[in-house]
Design a protein around this ligand. Structure first.
Ligand code: HEM
Length: 97
């Protein structure tokens, strides 16, 4: 799964668009407060086996900046360089909790 979310640059504040672009992402909707790498039935890349943390604002911010910095070898291609766009995405994810 190495698709890029086309809204990442053009429309950074529209996370729902990101979500509909990747079927997997819909499963992350209630991610805040949940342990990393524990969605039942999802085949994560191997680095997730060593992940031992709960997703919070800081972790999600770092993950969306550069997933491989948080989980070595992570295969998520999406990145968001703009801090305000990351904050909007994280705020959106919390609304879904
Ligand atoms: C704003 C958009 C996005 C957010 C907030 C987001 C968030 C996340 C989070 C929190 C995880 C870790 C899940 C867990 O611990 O269970 C994850 C993993 C993943 N995401 Fe995203 N994601 C986004 C966009 C995308 C897009 C567009 C794709 C694909 C088209 C994608 C593909 C993946 C894949 C394949 C993984 C698993 C990575 C691995 O196994 O190494 N994501 N995402």
């Amino acid at each position: 799964m190495v698709l890029r979310c086309s809204s990442s640059n053009a429309r950074p504040a529209t996370p729902p668009t990101c979500r509909t672009r990747c079927g997997k992402v819909r499963r992350w909707s209630k991610i805040v407060g949940r342990p990393a790498g524990k969605v039942d039935g999802f085949h994560y890349s191997t680095g997730f086996a060593k992940a031992d943390f709960v997703w919070d604002d800081a972790k999600l911010d770092a993950w969306l900046t550069n997933p491989q910095e948080i989980i070595p070898g992570a295969v998520m291609a999406y990145r968001q360089a703009k801090p305000e766009a990351r904050a909007a995405i994280i705020g959106y994810l919390k609304e879904l909790n």
